[in-house]
Design a protein around this ligand. Structure first.
Ligand code: NAD
Length: 463
């Protein structure tokens, strides 16, 4: 459904009136297209902290410079109007060192181009060094606050790259292991965050592992040769996911309930995908998925989901059961069976769909929020084991207010609140969720595991 307010604020009288009334000022977001594949303006690379972090003179720092060069923007040390800023704050290990973060970003924050990106690189807060832990955790509060105030469609994120404690390093005792290889693990994440593909992602913290990334042979078709199955793909977010994975070169199998067979076939035909009419709750669902992908699945996206809203006091048992069955139980069951049977190939990617309701909770959605919080539990627990046992990563997207048929049915005032109550003052589009799924699916996203990425414009609901 068209966002008329966003359109109105894009006109001169609309801008004048809404500013006078101190109403939200959503900036039109610049999303990825063949014509606009990159941000506008150079990438400003800054460093904060003089500890044992990843300054340009360390091996990791050199690896990072190489990774930033691969993002596709000219990398500079000074810029009047940067399109993106990367602040390497891995070396910030004390409260005093946080002053460097202010010193680095205070002069540039006003000069960032509209729709710009700020990515702060940090490391994991140490359980053994409370000064380092405090300084690194401080970066999270910093990033989440800057995301709320930056405006003009710009976004701010924190990416934690792994660090280990080594006794011979003074002060913090933290050094980044793996040198350039650690930085290489961040390549797909930085490509995503420093591009128009992450337009509706802000205020997020992403923690990478030290897994070695797989190579991407064809950057224009990174998923070439892989089969991707998307559940709930007839329409909405699932159809967008199928479309973006096909764009990235995957052979796509689009699954949806037999009841929407015609819509599924139309969507599949449009994308050159194979339709698979199947209810994901069917007892033989995993077998039928495996049979539909005889060469194995490189990407499995659990997107199908339903709502049956009622307050708990008025909720009949069938409303509870059906939501938990579709949104969580079938995801657990099919994932287990497909992994055990080897249907998800090594280097495979599993992406599930949570929701900000599963993080913040929502009135009338105890069943839905429980099922979506369950997805978060699944991802965090299974991710490390799936990587160790099967060479597969497991992550989730947690969409906020996304413009789909589901949200178009929401009453006007609640819909308007959903759209505006985030740092970007607008709803997201299905493609925003799809781009995040495609980032998880990249061959070189091996170090992205057990993560839950909110695609919510930094919604005020939840963390
Ligand atoms: P949608 O209702 O438009 O599409 C969901 C699809 O899943 C439909 O095509 C439906 O037929 C299919 N489906 C339902 N039950 C199924 C089953 N048993 N087997 C196979 N397919 C089944 O919803 P959407 O807005 O595109 O949402 C997609 C996912 O994103 C869902 O998991 C939803 O909970 C989640 N989500 C959406 C939003 C939003 O704002 N739209 C926000 C947070 C999370």
């Amino acid at each position: 459904m068209a966002d008329r307010y966003l359109h109105f604020t894009g006109t001169a009288p609309g801008r004048f009136l809404t500013r006078r009334l101190s109403l939200p000022q959503p900036a039109p977001l610049r999303r990825w297209s063949l014509e606009t594949p990159q941000l506008e303006g150079p990438l400003l690379h800054l460093t904060a902290g003089s500890g044992a972090g990843a300054g340009a003179d360390t091996e990791t720092g050199a690896g990072l410079a190489e990774v930033l060069a691969g993002v596709g923007l000219p990398v500079v040390g000074r810029a009047d109007r940067p399109g993106a800023v990367v602040l390497d704050a891995t070396g910030v290990t004390t409260a005093a060192g946080l002053g460097d973060v202010h010193a680095a970003l205070h002069p540039v924050v006003r000069t960032l181009a509209p729709g710009g990106r700020i990515v702060v690189l940090g490391t994991v807060p140490s359980p053994d060094d409370h000064h380092q832990a405090a300084a690194q955790q401080a970066l999270e509060g910093f990033v989440r606050s800057l995301g709320k105030e930056i405006g003009r469609g710009s976004t701010v994120q924190l990416v934690r790259i792994p660090g280990v404690r080594v006794p011979d390093v003074p002060a913090s005792g933290i050094r980044l292991p793996g040198g350039g290889a650690t930085a290489q693990g961040a390549a797909s994440t930085l490509r995503f965050l420093l591009s128009p593909r992450s337009a509706y992602v802000s205020g997020q913290v992403i923690e990478l592992t030290d897994a070695t990334p797989e190579p991407v042979t064809d950057p224009a078709a990174p998923l070439a040769g892989r089969t991707a199955l998307v559940t709930g793909a007839a329409r909405g977010i699932g159809a967008a996911v199928a479309s973006v994975l096909a764009r990235d070169g995957a052979r796509v199998i689009a699954l949806d309930v037999p009841g929407v067979r015609e819509e599924l076939e139309r969507t599949a035909a449009r994308l050159g995908a194979t339709p698979l009419p199947l209810d994901i709750t069917a007892p033989d669902a995993a077998d039928r998925i495996a049979a539909a992908a005889p060469d194995g699945l490189g990407v499995l996206v659990h997107n199908a989901g339903i709502t049956r809203d009622r307050r708990l006091a008025n909720m009949a048992a069938d409303r509870w059961t059906s939501v938990v069955e579709v949104n969580l139980d079938s995801v657990l069951r099919t994932t287990d069976e497909l992994l055990k049977g080897g249907a998800v190939t090594r280097g495979g990617r599993i992406v599930a769909t949570a929701s900000i309701a599963g993080i913040a909770g929502n009135n009338g959605q105890t069943n839905y929020a429980a099922s979506k919080a369950g997805i978060i539990g699944l991802v965090r627990s299974l991710g490390p084991r799936a990587a160790a046992d099967h060479g597969v990563t497991v992550n989730a997207v947690a969409p906020g207010f996304i413009e789909t048929k589901m949200t178009a049915a929401v009453p006007f005032f609640i819909r308007e609140a959903g759209r505006r109550m985030n740092s970007l003052s607008q709803g997201g589009l299905p493609v925003d969720v799809a781009e995040a799924v495609a980032w998880f699916a990249q061959p070189d996203s091996t170090a992205v595991n057990g993560q839950v990425l909110r695609v919510c414009g930094q919604s005020l609901l939840g963390a």
